[in-house]
Design a protein around this ligand. Structure first.
Ligand code: PEP
Ligand code: MN
Length: 271
């Protein structure tokens, strides 16, 4: 395991941008890293599907303090090892300013979750560490944040230096309760109009229902998003976190088959 070794994630040797012209980046993986076996099996599927980025939470910001909180440091070690084993770039969430430096030793991309979009101390710290260590950042939209507030949050990160920041629309709170949140796909259009910042869509947290993930993924590609973040599990019914919205391996293949077809219309390739 990683232990005290000097780690940098895998990006320093082989620089790959999260978002590139002509590509639609699909980031896939479990909500939470639960065990070595679970992460290994999901990573193997992600790699076999031709994808480049593996996601997985080690520190889980759960709404209830009684829910599974993640494997924490052990999860980071698994992510590092599995990323190396399959040659995948790794994405995990940072939940507080104190652990940013530690997390950055193990992964390529630092994710800031919806609950922390306005945690300015965290944003500044992530900006500093990402700049120093050449990490990329995904900034999810606060579920009650306007697009303007979201764009200003990006500036807290980039004020420390030039870092690749990608926005992630993951649904906002409305009066509707059938879906977990309301996926604001028009935000993609607004972001494209107001900025040059790439934007991906997370249909898993937005809908909360696995059967809605594929149609909303097609919609995200069609509206002009630069990529997706989706939750995938080897056994969704046994997931410790967000199983009801996770795609199983069969559904992941089906989603990628459909997206590959649709991407041709827009002259893009899925990766
Ligand atoms: C996640 O992606 O693991 C997550 C917790 O998402 P969000 O911050 O959008 O709820
Ligand atoms: Mn989740």
């Amino acid at each position: 395991m990683a232990g005290d070794k000097v780690l940098t994630g895998s990006s320093s040797q082989n620089e790959i941008k999260l978002i590139e012209d002509g590509f639609f980046t699909v980031i896939a993986g479990p909500c939470a890293i639960e065990s070595w076996e679970q992460l290994d099996s999901i990573a193997c599927m992600v790699k076999d599907s031709g994808l480049t980025f593996l996601r997985g939470g080690a520190y889980k910001p759960r709404t209830s303090p009684y829910s599974f909180q993640g494997l924490e440091h052990k999860g980071l070690e698994y992510m590092y090892e599995v990323g190396k084993k399959y040659g995948l770039k790794t994405v995990t969430e940072v939940t507080d300013a104190e652990t940013v430096e530690e997390v950055a030793k193990y992964v390529d991309v630092l994710q800031i979750g919806t609950r922390n979009m306005s945690n300015f101390a965290l944003l500044k710290k992530v900006g500093k560490v990402a700049h120093e260590k050449n990490k990329k950042v995904i900034l999810k939209r606060g579920w009650a944040s306007t697009i303007k507030e979201w764009l200003l949050a990006v500036e807290y990160i980039t004020s420390a230096g030039n870092t690749e920041v990608v926005l992630c629309e993951r649904g906002i709170r409305t009066f509707e309760t059938y879906t977990r949140f309301t996926l604001d796909l028009s935000a993609v259009l607004v972001i494209k109009k107001l900025s040059k910042i790439p934007i991906i869509v997370d249909p898993s947290h937005a809908t909360g229902h696995s059967d809605m993930v594929i149609p909303m993924s097609r919609a995200a590609l069609a509206v002009g998003a630069d990529g997706l973040m989706v939750e995938v599990h080897n056994e969704p019914s046994r997931a410790l976190c967000d199983g009801e919205q996770a795609l199983d391996f069969r559904h992941l293949s089906e989603m990628l088959k459909q997206l590959n077809e649709l991407a041709k219309v827009f002259g893009k390739k899925i990766r």
